[in-house]
Design a protein around this ligand. Structure first.
Ligand SMILES: CC(C)(COP(=O)(O)OP(=O)(O)OC[C@H]1O[C@@H](n2cnc3c(N)ncnc32)[C@H](O)[C@@H]1OP(=O)(O)O)[C@@H](O)C(=O)NCCC(=O)NCCS
Length: 141
């Protein structure tokens, strides 16, 4: 899980991905201070290489018992399994929280995100809104 000292690095990664204007819905410029303050460390999983955060996944828990995901990997680390590892960890984490489903909303062109979902042993459903629902086949998540 993320720690207090991770707030700045998480905000900077979020801002860098927002600058790409491609994968996530957030638009630059990102207010780093606000982003740091709003990060829910207890619901953020981080991927690290040495001291560097190379990716993270955050979960918003719905009152209806499922988790809404956001995830991103630093551009230079993509395509090396980091996103898939974060999703696998999120499924384990969600089981422990009794969340019955994880959902990741993506743009329809976001093949990497949809493939990550498909790879996580989950069902994938593409709707008009470009929403994928992840459900672990054997566990009820
Ligand atoms: C989506 C994202 C998190 C995936 O992370 P990643 O570490 O690159 O993913 P992985 O290396 O685990 O690859 C997962 C799958 O996507 C595929 N993939 C990776 N990059 C791809 C690309 N550019 N185009 C098509 N498929 C791609 C991989 O081949 C793999 O599929 P496979 O197992 O069937 O071969 C990353 O691309 C990212 O941060 N994108 C910008 C932010 C974003 O779009 N977030 C999701 C919406 S919140």
């Amino acid at each position: 899980m993320a720690e207090e000292g991770d707030r700045r690095a998480l905000a900077l990664l979020y801002a860098a991905v927002a600058e790409e204007r491609d994968g996530i819905a957030a638009e630059p410029p990102v207010d780093l201070g606000r982003r740091e303050a709003r990060t829910d460390l207890e619901r953020t999983l981080v991927a690290v290489s040495g001291d560097d955060i190379v990716g993270f996944l955050s979960v918003v828990e719905s009152p209806f018992g499922y988790g809404e995901l956001g995830m991103m990997v630093a551009r230079e680390w993509r395509g090396r399994g980091v996103g898939s590892a974060l999703l696998a960890a999120a499924v384990d984490w969600a089981r422990g929280r009794n969340l019955h489903k994880l959902a990741l909303s993506v743009f329809p062109h976001n093949e990497a995100a949809m493939r990550s979902i498909a790879r996580s042993g989950s069902s994938r459903r593409d709707g008009g809104s470009g929403t994928c629902a992840a459900r672990a086949a054997s566990s009820g998540i």
